[in-house]
Design a protein around this ligand. Structure first.
Ligand SMILES: [Zn+2]
Length: 176
């Protein structure tokens, strides 16, 4: 059996991660293939969410799989948020670092699914966090940007240390 192909995951420092994405216009066979390869890449990492810019695709969509429910959300928009929740986030593009970040707890997102249908999905806790983290990626926003100045400076120092040592280990749990 031929091994499934994966995309290389772009890591912090790659300019593509800081750029805005374009709306997806054609949900065609080519697009579906990119989505499939993104799922393979995400499972291989391993992670539970992956946004297009993380594999160098500057389009507005992301894939995720929590509780064995793989899904892609295309041109997502946050339509409502509620509450507050602190979660130790990890990012596949910032391997080796996790940060406790406070964000809303329940997130309602309007998007288009792989069949071109409009969908509204509600995510609580981890699922809500996936939505916010991946939509940040679509806007060129990374976890570092969600930290206050003092925490960001410390985090960037730690990142440089990991890079110099070359031993950045991915936290295998729930990276986004
Ligand atoms: Zn991420």
């Amino acid at each position: 059996m031929r091994a499934m192909s994966t995309f290389p995951i772009r890591v912090f420092g790659d300019p593509v991660l800081k750029q805005q994405t374009r709306l997806v216009e054609d949900i065609d066979g080519t697009f579906a293939k990119v989505v499939d390869t993104m799922f393979t890449t995400m499972y291989d990492a391993p992670g539970v969410g992956l946004a297009a810019p993380q594999v160098g695709v500057q389009q507005r969509f992301f894939v995720y799989d929590i509780d064995d429910e793989p899904r892609v959300l295309i041109n997502p928009q946050i339509v409502a948020t509620e509450g507050e929740w602190t979660y130790e986030e990890g990012c596949l593009s910032i391997p080796g670092l996790n940060f406790a970040i406070v964000r809303p707890k329940v997130i309602t997102v309007q998007a288009v699914d792989i069949d071109g249908n409009e969908v509204v999905v509600v995510g609580d806790e981890l699922l809500g966090r996936v939505f916010l983290h991946e939509i940040d990626h679509l806007d060129g926003v990374l976890m570092f940007d969600r930290l206050d100045d003092v925490a960001r400076k410390a985090a960037l120092r730690e990142w440089r240390r990991l890079e110099t040592e070359g031993g950045a280990q991915r936290d295998p749990s729930h990276a986004l």
